[in-house]
Design a protein around this ligand. Sequence first.
Ligand SMILES: Cc1cc2nc3c(=O)[nH]c(=O)nc-3n(C[C@H](O)[C@H](O)[C@H](O)COP(=O)(O)OP(=O)(O)OC[C@H]3O[C@@H](n4cnc5c(N)ncnc54)[C@H](O)[C@@H]3O)c2cc1C
Ligand code: FES
Length: 520
Amino acid sequence: MAANGWHRVAAESDVEDGHPLAAEIGRDTVLLARVGGRIYACAGKCTHYGAPLADGALRGRIITCPWHNARFDVTNGQMVSPPALDSLRCYEVRVESGDVYVRPTERVESRPSIGEGATYAIVGAGAAGNAAAETLRRDGFAGRVLLITGEPDRPYDRPNLSKDFLAGTAEPDWIPLRPEGFYSEHHIELLTGRRVVSVDCAARLLRIEDGETIPFDKLLVATGGKPRELKVPGAELDGVRLLRTKADAEAIVADLDGAASAVIVGGGFIGMEAAAALAERGVQTHVVARDSVPLSRVFGERIGRWLQSVHEQEGTVFHLGRQVDAIEGSGRLERVILSDGTSLPADVAIVGIGITPAVDWLSGTGLVVDGAVPVNERLETGVAGIFAAGDIASVPDPRLGERIRVEHWVVSERHGQHAARAMLGAEEAYTDVPFFWTQQHGKSLSYAGFARTVDRIAYRGSVEGGDFLAGYYEGDRLRAIASLWRDAEFIAASEILRAGGNVSFEDFSTDTVNLCEMSS
Ligand SMILES: Cc1cc2nc3c(=O)[nH]c(=O)nc-3n(C[C@H](O)[C@H](O)[C@H](O)COP(=O)(O)OP(=O)(O)OC[C@H]3O[C@@H](n4cnc5c(N)ncnc54)[C@H](O)[C@@H]3O)c2cc1C
Ligand code: FES
């Protein structure tokens, strides 16, 4: 019963410290959390893909989403870190006679107004660029925000391209990150189809392909990666596709119309996800990869073998330890020839053999070192006022004591958010633990941390049973973790990594050692 908008949602005693609770009001889910003795309420579904937040982990006032680890402050609903882009709706809470009542509140955001008259340009409207533009506005930047992309589309959900989009199961409105009109509403000048060809760091001037020049006061470089091309005879034939952009994915989907068989070149994440998507479409799919076990370089051989078996059960055929020697066909590809002479009939070939940072337009600036853009802990380059984020950036990792470059969606968004705050003057260092997820045949694996070399892997649960947590060790040091269906332990172990802590190999391998208690 609602009186003056108040709904009774729980007994006060049911809301325990550290244990978030879900309650229903009609069709809405409310999250109840006790912090410092006081009960707070906010929307119970993550603003990213709608995960039930009560299944996440609450540490202090921060709840971490169980699916892709977005973080929110439960005391005010604020989004603390992506992949969610929006904050949670908040509820007013009243406790009376041992019962908890809530009613929705209107959020009143008071923003400082900073930087009037200045122009902050962002080159690249992907994960990092979009997050940066939104953060500038959310944190009160009052000057011009230019979000520039060479692509014709407004920012979109790139990870989805190799998953539901390719499988044909994505709703059209899942792909753009924001609805039409969002950018103009937030006074973000989104310049699409405008490839930047150079930057003059001293004059603070960008040059666009058509000759136009754009002045800026501060700049964020966030042009991501460009896919490596296959260098074999026939790679230029119709139907041989790279997969980086929405246009690439649309071209593949068009090619798949009536296709009976496909070859995926590369057994990395994009290749494996694409293989799963094509198998779901009923296309006979072959994966060709140089490695003897797919994804073993990241997950280790045991998990890689198990994943391979999941794909094989769905009909995908693997050609491992081999490479493509040639692609044949007249005008359009007809078959793919492997290094052992095997000839695979193919209507479509998708090449997923890695990326290189998109740095061509920065040549001569001194910003590029070893093919990437090194930054300091605030994500600022060697040139004051010029920042870099996402796949292109090589960022100091406080745990390893060296710069690392990772190619993950969530990391890029968090870089973008952090760089925007640094552009506004924040001094904090970027210290987040890298995180990514991959989804293949309904299995969503999460990975956190960074391991350059792995000496041994500890396991909990059963890899072959599809329910596990893995810990990757360099010597005695836990460097990274991977999990399937073990969200609470995964988040706990991520928190330990974030805090610079460690778990001994023996403790990690023992299911009865409670990681959640160790991390709190
Ligand atoms: C198909 C696919 C699936 C993926 N799945 C996952 C996943 O499941 N999980 C995960 O963690 N990561 C995933 N990734 C990786 C993730 O998408 C990237 O790490 C992330 O997008 C990098 O963000 P970014 O902002 O650095 O670059 P991008 O998102 O690539 O954005 C770069 C932007 O710069 C623009 N640009 C480039 N050059 C210029 C120029 N000269 N002038 C103007 N604009 C320019 C581009 O058009 C684009 O708008 C996937 C990648 C792909 C391609
Ligand atoms: S559903 Fe919460 S982070 Fe993706």
